[in-house]
Design a protein around this ligand. Structure first.
Ligand code: ADP
Ligand code: MG
Length: 329
């Protein structure tokens, strides 16, 4: 039996960002498409934390939404526990949906403000018909306790809690359908630094206790550093490097990964950024030809401006860069 829980292959998502039809006719504009993700492939093994990192706009949330079934891929496929996700089968998607959950960046936006916390947490239990009556109440109390809140909090509303507590509620809700896999999209980005570590620690404890598998998404390498077993680095919608987490920090292969690592605050935690990330992410509607990173790359070669580099096996995983391989003739 394979130990892979989730795999994506050749995942691509385009958005139609054309102007309305009449404007196009009058202004003689073409249809325009934005490629949020192109040819993304990776695997997540049971019980591990796989992290996706990249700057804002690199396509992290789009991947998350496709994996949890909120967005249909333009190309490519997603396999969960061996089965290809079939976006056209409502019944199949429903069965899968119990098995994976998502935690969002902004717990205030993801929790219905008019519902009591108890009902918010119970919703997946009711949706999937996992329990009835008083058992639900008990389960909600147990879940609140599990995330460091109290059973009496079930009667309150989301606005009565702090940001960190609200993220705890979102975690309790995510756990209530007893999922195996949780996609966490910037779960601590909206929180104070002092609270971030508490939430990350809670996520780790819960992972150990329930054998959960995580996809952790963050723009911040220092967040994933202590959480991830493996890391994928996204640039303009493409994976440029995938590697074992420890080795990625010690020995980054792709120049973009190196740039991100150089910008992580130093280990003495002086808060000083060593070398700021320079340059800007290009427009995904009109990406640069060849390697999309080439306009920012300190090692750019002629081939980089012409042909998208294929992923190459490295000592630490894989990376897509001509520095790592003989350039094609
Ligand atoms: N519904 C949409 N329609 C058009 N463009 C979108 C849509 N969702 C995301 N995008 C674009 O796709 C790219 C990737 O977005 P996103 O996945 O949110 O990145 P990230 O989460 O890494 O910040 C961005 O350029 C964004 O503007
Ligand atoms: Mg995002």
């Amino acid at each position: 039996m394979s130990d892979v829980l989730l795999s994506v292959e050749g995942l691509t998502r385009r958005f139609d960002v054309s102007k309305p039809w009449l404007n196009r006719v009058i202004e003689r504009d073409e249809r325009q498409f934005l490629t949020a993700n192109a040819d993304v492939s990776f695997e997540i093994r049971k019980g591990e934390t796989f992290a996706l990192v990249g700057e804002s706009g690199s396509g992290k949330s789009t991947i998350a939404k496709m994996i949890v079934g909120l967005l249909e891929p333009s190309e490519g496929q997603i396999r969960f526990d061996g089965d290809v996700m079939d976006f056209n089968s409502g019944a199949a998607m429903r069965r899968l949906r119990r098995r994976f959950q998502m935690i969002f960046q902004d717990p205030f936006a993801s929790l219905n403000p008019r519902w009591r916390v108890g009902d918010i947490i119970a919703e997946p239990i009711r949706t999937f018909d996992l329990m009835k009556g008083a058992a639900i109440r008990n389960e909600v109390g147990r879940l609140l306790d599990l995330v460091g809140l109290s059973a009496t909090d079930a009667e309150k509303f989301p606005h009565e809690f702090s940001g960190g507590q609200r993220q705890r509620i979102a975690i309790a809700r995510a756990l209530s359908s007893r999922p195996e896999f949780i996609v966490c999209d910037e779960p601590t980005s909206a929180l104070d630094v002092s609270v971030q570590a508490q939430i990350l620690n809670l996520m780790r404890d819960l992972q150990d206790e329930f054998g959960l598998t995580y996809l952790l998404i963050s723009h911040d390498l220092s967040v994933v550093r202590h959480m991830a077993n493996r890391i994928g680095v996204l640039y303009l919608g493409r994976l440029v490097e995938v590697a074992d987490a420890k080795r990625l920090f010690l020995d980054p292969q792709h120049p973009y990964t190196r740039m991100l690592l150089d910008a992580v605050p130093d280990l003495a935690l002086s808060g000083r950024r060593r070398t700021p990330v320079t340059g800007e992410i290009p427009n995904p509607i009109n990406p640069p030809p060849g390697c999309a990173f080439h306009p920012r790359c300190p090692h750019v070669m002629p081939i980089c401006k012409q042909v998208i580099p294929p992923p190459i096996e490295t000592a630490t995983g894989r990376a897509a860069c001509y520095l790592l391989a003989p350039t094609p003739a």
